[in-house]
Design a protein around this ligand. Sequence first.
Ligand SMILES: C[S@@+](CC[C@H](N)C(=O)[O-])C[C@H]1O[C@@H](n2cnc3c(N)ncnc32)[C@H](O)[C@@H]1O
Length: 292
Amino acid sequence: MTPTEYEYLRKFLKDNSGLDLSADKQYLIESRLLPLARKAGLSGIAELVQKLQGGSRQLMTDVVEAMTTNETFFFRDKVPFDHFRDHIMPEIIKARAAKRSVRIWCAAGSTGQEPYSLAMSLKEMGAALTGWRVEIIATDLSQEVLEKARAGIYSQFEVQRGLPIQMLVKYFKQTGETWQINPELRAMIQHRQLNLLHDFAQLGTFDVIFCRNVLIYFDQDTKINIFNRLARQIEPDGFLVLGAAETVVGLTDTFRPIPERRGLYKPNDPRAAVAKPVLAGAAPRMAVVAGR
Ligand SMILES: C[S@@+](CC[C@H](N)C(=O)[O-])C[C@H]1O[C@@H](n2cnc3c(N)ncnc32)[C@H](O)[C@@H]1O
């Protein structure tokens, strides 16, 4: 791959998926895109770049999908799901007692293990949610992972990663070598294609947003832009949950961490944030707060 081809692909990926590759990731591009080029009957990366430049829509989608990292598993990192059960949901249940409705968005839900972990956690809450309207929206950039998420079918290996055995027995049905999550849980989730770089205001507002292990792939300005737009989609008393390697600290004051609960963030009152004096020498973005 020539430096020019690499630069073209880097920019293409940044513009289309947010993926921010450093200058030394040629091997990653080659390992992911060479098999794709061969499958498409192309001689190599050079021809693939030519086709992209020619505007091949299918190839654009395929390249973006091939470069996404879809790693996920049930109850990944455990702690956020403990917080969801022990802190987030008890607060929401109290606060929404009159309305009896809760909306949860699992942004970048990949092949479904994360939204299904949330659905199982909600089911385990039993009577506390009887009569409630519970909505879970799971989105992802990749159509391929969404198809798998919709089907809710997992291999033996996948159900052995993070899923407690009693939940496997209770919520899945075995067919041959695979396990399918039960129809009631599948029906709790709406799976939709969505690129976090694009406008997501149409999704409405949420009580809880899980946005984990996707922002790590983006540069600072993209993260800030997404945090500021997430802040407009979250209820003032809602919760944002980020991955273990992600934080808002130093990027935006639209959210604040809950110190004793790792990975959990509350939206700041935008009026309070706007009224805050800007300190001399502070990075300008720290004072910018998106309107709600
Ligand atoms: C590493 S997985 C994380 C899955 C899950 N949230 C978890 O923590 O286990 C990252 C997911 O983000 C998705 N993704 C990457 N770029 C995206 C974008 N611009 N908009 C929406 N989803 C994106 C990928 O397709 C992938 O499924």
